[in-house]
Ligand binder design. Structure first.
Ligand code: FAD
Length: 409
């Protein structure tokens, strides 16, 4: 029986502590906040998208190749079904949405029910839970961590597991400082980088706040005429500062990379066919339906609130019929529905991301045990690792699986 300290009472730390205690170890869980699972409580808009349905292979396919290779052993050891079995046994009922995302049954505070279940598991397994306990330094050097510094003194254990999360939403306790300390100890890291965050725009469309573009694709290129750098099919919603919604979140990381390395330009394609095909369809419409208003044609593809302002910008009169549409105006209409210009992004915020990309370099961690290579008594798990999946329950699943592996001592 070993003495184990787990730092961080979020998704990964709760599972790591429960697992280690269930295996008979003497476990202390240190959490900086006054209560456990603060980020879990706000996850999924307070509903907590616990995981994603499907076999491990399908879940792994949502991650980058490198991340999937790393996650494979821990996901197989503690997969989505294992997580859900555990929660079901604690009385948390779940359901799966059409898009494969798994949530607790819709009740007020449903994310809180998930945290409560993990808290019960941890306490029942005999874990000593210390909240309000922020670690302020890591003591020692490779190959041994001598201990952890807390405000009220030093603590140590046979094994120490760091589950301190990422660097987004710092108000939930995740300030990201542990990554810097690890780097100072010579551990290879990748710096934090924004991901799954709203994208502010140079020219935000204040008047369109709340309007959604649906069923199309957000595209990133290296300038208005530049080459395509990325795309994500999904909905988008205008905010005061720019854009949010699934497509914006998923494209935020590559948009920020492009912005930092030169030039980034965003457009939204409501129609996914090439512009030539949409133009040919519009010309056919002109022949078959000459008295149709140009505005009505645009409204078939874009929300009503956008149509008149966009027509004005394109210099197309609101009463213009298709039969009177000059070629330049026709091209402008095609452009609106195949590449609505959103323009240049502003810096994407690390703090507003649903995850932080970057973290402890995966090549320095044993994917079966989460032990740091070159260290005898130090393990890392959860978002502190260089893991970032898409929206859909993947990030919590990664935290649960790597936490389980870290706690399997
Ligand atoms: C708004 C939002 C919504 C999200 N929704 C979803 C979702 O629905 N589904 C999904 O899969 N993912 C979601 N995520 C992502 C998911 O919440 C995280 O990936 C996951 O919580 C990471 O788990 P973790 O245990 O590694 O870190 P966390 O859950 O962040 O836990 C880390 C804990 O460590 C503590 N800590 C940090 N530093 C110290 C220190 N020095 N000393 C002591 N304690 C410390 C923190 O206070 C924190 O409680 C969402 C994220 C956000 C921000």
């Amino acid at each position: 029986m070993a003495k184990v300290i787990v730092v961080g009472g979020g998704a990964a730390g709760l599972v790591a502590a429960w697992r280690a205690a269930s295996l008979g170890h003497r476990v202390t869980l240190l959490e900086a906040n006054g209560r456990l699972g603060v980020k879990l409580r706000i996850s999924g808009g307070g509903k907590c998208n616990i995981t994603h349905e499907g076999p491990p292979k399908a879940l792994l396919a949502a991650f980058s190749k490198e991340q999937a290779r790393f996650l494979r052993p821990s996901l197989h050891a503690f997969d989505n079904e294992a997580v859900l079995d555990l929660l079901h046994r604690e009385g948390v009922e779940t359901y799966t949405r059409d898009n494969g995302r798994v949530f607790p049954q819709d009740r007020p505070g449903s994310a809180g029910a998930v945290v409560a279940a993990f808290e019960t598991l941890v306490r029942r397994a005999g874990v000593e839970v210390r909240t309000g306990a922020r670690v302020t330094a890591l003591l020692g050097q490779a190959p041994r961590l001598e201990g952890l510094l807390l405000e009220e003194g030093r603590v140590t254990a046979d094994a120490m597991i760091l589950a301190t999360g990422g660097a987004s939403y710092p108000e939930t306790g995740t300030r990201g400082e542990v990554l810097g300390w690890l780097q100072g100890l010579g551990v290879p890291i990748r710096p934090w980088f924004p991901a799954l965050a709203p994208i502010p725009l140079q020219r935000p469309r204040f008047a369109w706040e709340g309007v959604a573009l649906r069923g199309g694709e957000l595209r990133l290129s290296a300038g208005p005429e530049g080459r395509r750098l990325g795309a994500f099919a999904g909905d988008l919603v205008f905010t005061k500062a720019g854009i949010s919604g699934p497509a914006a979140l998923e494209l935020s990381q590559v948009t920020e990379q492009a912005r930092r390395s030169g030039f980034a330009w965003l457009t939204y394609a409501s129609r996914l066919e090439p512009a030539e095909a949409v133009d040919a369809a519009l010309q056919a419409e002109q022949r078959e339906n000459p008295r149709l208003l140009a505005a009505t044609w645009v409204q078939r593809h874009l929300p009503e609130r956008l149509v008149l302002p966009l027509l004005e910008e394109a210099g197309v009169g609101r009463a213009l019929m298709l039969k009177d549409l000059p070629k330049a105006a026709r091209k402008a209409l095609v452009g609106l529905v195949t590449a609505l210009p959103l323009g240049e992004p502003q810096p994407v915020s690390l703090a507003r991301g649903e995850v932080a990309a970057g973290g402890v370099d995966l090549s320095t961690v044993d994917p079966r045990t989460m032990a740091l290579r070159g260290w005898e008594n130090l393990r890392v798990c959860g978002e502190l690792l260089d893991l970032d999946g898409p929206v859909g329950g993947y990030n919590l699943q990664a935290a649960f699986s790597t936490g389980f592996a870290a706690g399997s001592i």
